[in-house]
Design a protein around this ligand. Structure first.
Ligand SMILES: C[S@@+](CC[C@H](N)C(=O)[O-])C[C@H]1O[C@@H](n2cnc3c(N)ncnc32)[C@H](O)[C@@H]1O
Length: 387
């Protein structure tokens, strides 16, 4: 099968590495995704194990089309009845970047018509169209005159790992959190500190990484389970093999702190599903104002502070400056990473950066900055214009 794993901009290289580790072939990096080839088992493994993918698609057809009639004909010719029956509901998502086709909704409608007509002509019955939680999701992508039709094997985005009981105002996506940990070189060995943990996404994803818990361990719904060709015995094999690879408690501690007690409670509750794995004594949660703390040892620190958008901050420049000062004076010997969309405020951190990575947090462009906290890492003149 020709497969595509989708991700967020900036995470393509991590996804390539994950796919290589799973044995995918013909790997090619594309914008916000990776194409590759593989069999049914690999498709199931990707859905169960990839930490940096948001969904996995099967490419069913790539074709040059001149107009809407050609779109209809191409979709109509695909043997949809080999994939699902009239009992399953379906939806069509269309993305169109074209001078010829300009309305993505019309493209989606034409596609639905072609699929419904094919079923009706064959069985005198039609499957229902359902936007929310359909059984089968079909993706249409038109770039100029090139039509790509794919079947979404995942359904709901894979960042929905299904372990989070509680959200906070600006939670990280689980996919982004897993990526941030890997970009920071987190292996599970280091002592990790998330001083502004919110709902604890970095902590829970770190726990999954260090114990090699499958990314979709708590998820039960995947679209491929509704397909006619679904092979439960292969799925069970994938699950069983992956569960045998789960590691015993090991490595460093995971410290989640926040100045709000409500965040700490939510983080603790979000860790509850992980009780079955043991080792939660390696997770330390505590209410603390970061600006009043100091390190008793070196940590790998990852900070996702407020950006003064969803969570407002009175003096955002002063706040980031205080974070920098605290890191510099009280966390010597640690390595810190900070993710923010407030680029002016990041300049006020006033620490030399040893790496900067441009990413997206949802629709927001963000910078992920690395600071090595050795004596003298604070810049003399602040703010710097080095971003
Ligand atoms: C953007 S949210 C973090 C979201 C988190 N990464 C998640 O996935 O849920 C920022 C958090 O920083 C916390 N915070 C703000 N100022 C703080 C401070 N001085 N010390 C500790 N926590 C702070 C807020 O309470 C909020 O929970």
């Amino acid at each position: 099968m020709n497969l595509v794993a989708k991700t967020y901009a900036g995470l393509e290289d991590l996804l390539v590495a994950e796919l290589e580790a799973l044995g995918a072939k013909d790997i090619v990096k594309i914008r916000r995704g990776v194409t590759f080839t593989g069999d049914t088992k690999l498709l199931y493994k990707c859905n169960y194990l990839l930490r940096c993918a948001t969904r996995v698609l099967i490419n069913m057809k790539v074709s040059e089309i001149a107009d809407e009639q050609a779109l209809y004909d191409t979709v109509y010719k695909i043997p949809w009845e080999e994939y699902f029956t009239v009992k399953e509901s379906f939806s069509v998502d269309a993305v169109v970047v074209s001078d010829v086709f300009t309305h993505s909704q019309y493209v989606a409608l034409k596609t639905k018509d072609a699929i419904v007509d094919r079923f009706r002509r064959k069985y005198h019955k039609r499957p229902n169209v359902q936007r929310i939680e359909p059984d089968v999701k079909i993706n249409i992508y038109i770039f100029q005159n090139t039509l790509t039709i794919s079947l979404d094997s995942s359904g709901e985005s894979l960042h929905r790992r299904n372990y989070k009981i509680h959200q906070v105002t600006a939670p990280l996506s689980e996919v982004l959190a897993a990526a941030m940990l890997q970009l920071a070189g987190y292996t599970g060995e280091q002592d990790l500190l998330d001083p502004m943990c919110g709902s604890g996404t970095l902590g829970t994803e770190a726990f999954m990484l260090k114990r090699n818990i499958p990314a979709a361990y708590f998820r039960t719904h995947f679209c491929f389970k509704q397909w006619i060709h679904y092979r439960p015995e292969i799925w069970e094999q994938v699950v069983e093999e992956a569960q045998q690879e789960i590691l015993e408690p090991n490595g460093g501690v995971i410290i989640c702190r926040d100045k709000q007690l409500s965040s700490i409670r939510k983080t603790e509750q979000n860790f509850e599903p992980f009780e079955e794995f043991g080792g939660l004594d390696q997770v330390i949660t505590k209410r603390k104002d970061f600006l009043r703390t100091e390190a008793d040892q070196p940590y790998l620190i990852i900070i996702n502070p407020p950006y003064d958008d969803k969570i407002e901050v009175d003096d955002i420049l002063g706040f980031y400056q205080e974070i920098g000062t605290r890191l510099k004076h009280k966390y010597v010997g640690s390595t810190a990473w900070m993710l923010s969309s407030h680029f002016d405020a990041l300049k006020f951190v006033g620490l030399a950066t040893s790496q900067r990575i441009e990413l997206f947090n949802g629709a927001l462009p963000v910078k992920y900055m690395k600071y090595e906290l050795y004596q003298g890492s604070k810049k003399e003149d602040k703010p710097t214009n080095e971003l």
